[in-house]
Ligand binder design. Sequence first.
Ligand SMILES: *Cc1c(COP(=O)(O)O)cnc(C)c1O
Length: 418
Amino acid sequence: MLHNWAQETEQQVHDIFRKLDGISERNQWKVIRAFQKHRVSDYHFNGSTGYGYNDRGREILDLVYADVFGAEAALVRPHFVSGTHTISCALFGLLRPGDELLYITGRPYDTLHKVIGKPGDGKGSLQDFGIGYREVELQKDGSVDWEEVASQINERTKVIGIQRSRGYDWRSSFTVSEIADMVKRVKGLKPDVLVFVDNCYGEFTEELEPTEVGVDLMAGSLIKNPGGGIAPTGGYVAGTHKAVELTAFRLTAPGIGGEVGATLDTLRAMYQGLFLAPHMVGQALKGSVFAAAMFEKLGFDSNPRWDAPRTDLIQAVKFTDPEQLIAFVQGVQRAAAVDAHVVPEPWDMPGYEHPVIMAAGTFMQGGSLELSADAPIREPYIAYMQGGLTYAHVKFGVLNALSALAERKLIVIKPYIT
Ligand SMILES: *Cc1c(COP(=O)(O)O)cnc(C)c1O
């Protein structure tokens, strides 16, 4: 029965899959052209040791990223330990004591709360260093509250923060064209303000990136989209020369910046990962569309809806009780190539208010361009799934999750009738 449902769903989403193929294809060509322009050769894959001076592979990778993202410059490093660290370096790079950071897309992603911190927290957070912070809640319909933004921008406002992806919120993500509009509007309100975009989960989901529409600096993680599932660690920033240099000074040391940093054995994977990323992101997106359509058929609410435009990898599905949530996540785990034999259970993860359950049968620890799913056990019972290096794996994950729900009699899969 499930099989018939899946087939019917694949017919239903056919046109969207073709559109996604088109995006992958054009992004693939964009990446290849950047490799060609910079004459990438296999000797660029040999990393450096020690200080890492004259690491040609590292320098060329920065140029390739800058071209792919339509930016003046980029800094791509295995020394960025995560997306949070990359964003932290970017913000500390741009902001000085007395300046203010204004997030206009509501509460930022959880792990950034401690980066922003509190005045006098003694942790070396932004606010501990005397950098001011404000945020403007999104309006009920998920759009930016421009009246409020206009009233919050002041002479101290130095950086405007935008989070492209919904993260783990039931809101819409912001498309690149919406971000383009935000840039115009904030620069209209204050021309010398710098616009920073948290681009995590967004890369290659559209044909343009935020840096192609006037954003000064954006940041992302290599164990998400641009690492292509191959890069073992790292992050990137892309933007203006000045903004990228300031981030590099924060990552290493002022005066040293991006001129040093041994890449060891990481370059080949970073290059090959970028090469593969447009395809992998396309596979993951198709998986999300399939998942949304299947769950909607069963009467569940999904966000984004199966036929809605997408600008990130995250697919949220709303369940009605915790048992469904747990069965869903355990079903996704059951479909993994790695660690399928372990059964995820909710646990009290440090930094979270509610128990969280996660499916992560991944090759890279925490790699979320790979199929993974998480859910805080709280109302409304929302599971967030993302990634999938192959569409077939995501489909397998969704079918396993539905079987797990059906086995426990948490859903009824009615006979399929044409
Ligand atoms: C994943 C993510 C981050 C943080 O990345 P980590 O690598 O988990 O530190 C920040 N912002 C958004 C929107 C993300 O999705």
